[in-house]
Design a protein around this ligand. Sequence first.
Ligand code: SF4
Length: 347
Amino acid sequence: MSSDIVAIDGSKFKAVNSRDRNYTAGKIDKRRQQIEESIQRYLDAIETADRTNPTGSDVKAVRLYEKIARLRQEMRELARVRKQLQKQPEKQLSKTDSDARSIATSGRGSGIVGYNVQVAVDAKHHLIVEHEVTNVGNDHGQLSKMAASAKRAMAKPKLKVLADRGYFSGPEIRACELNNISAYVPKPLTSASRKKGLFTKADFVYVARDDVYRCPAGERAIHRFDTVENGMNLRVYWPSACPRCPMKKRCSPSDYRRIRRWEHEDILEAMQRRLDRKPDAMTIRRSTIEHVFGTLKHWMGPAHFLTRTLRRVSTEMSLQVLAYNIKRVINILGVLRAMKSMRLARS
Ligand code: SF4
């Protein structure tokens, strides 16, 4: 019997496409500039050589002319790629694996060209219950889809999902809630303001009965107007006392400190209360899921995927996941019981 908790996470896997064969407008501009600078440097060197040795045929100058020719050829190739790039919906072109994307990773300047593999792992047996390969660079919009697939795969009426801050998205958490899935996702850190000693939204307490916020100075921030941002309906509050507040320097450079509240903010507040009641949620998340990616990447070697295009890469990952789960079942049940269970499942 599986548990009713899954951890969801994503990891970037390299495609069969080097960084040099992935193009964006920014990369092309940078390369063109480098080439122009190099050509100018070579021309200057040729001119200097002409001045110092005006009669002799200079082998060095011939080599420089060859280099310039190669760079001009590269410029023409870049111009062709730029034209192709304009036709791409995501304004990105990968020449070896057309579906691979340049994806940022957590290390600075260490992006890869590859895929984002999402998995959901059962917290009791550490089996991969659902996975999906995407070429979307972040995890922000992946939670509800992965959680719903995991719930279906486990045939559970309810499910708890644990995920890291990268998955924090109000609409995604609400979509989970509407599908009987309780999400545990910590809010992204607002440490920059905190470090500067400034008040963050967490310092404002919502008083549901009166529909007001109590601010750090004890003032009532009342509802002023509604607005829509990024497709979310927001209510905006502020206190009348801001201009004469002694704590204003720590609060807002504007005349009034505005507090925005999403129309479904109560769902996020309920999730925060769940997280407060389960302080080990992120430890369970880490110990459930992070070693899974470590094992898969170890098996796949430094190059990760061997096939190209999203469809084939997805099949390749499915085979890896199947192998992972078979090994895991054998570890849990032993070889004989695992084989017997598989035979029973087949008949
Ligand atoms: S500036 Fe306004 S919101 Fe901030 S603490 Fe003072 S009264 Fe409260």
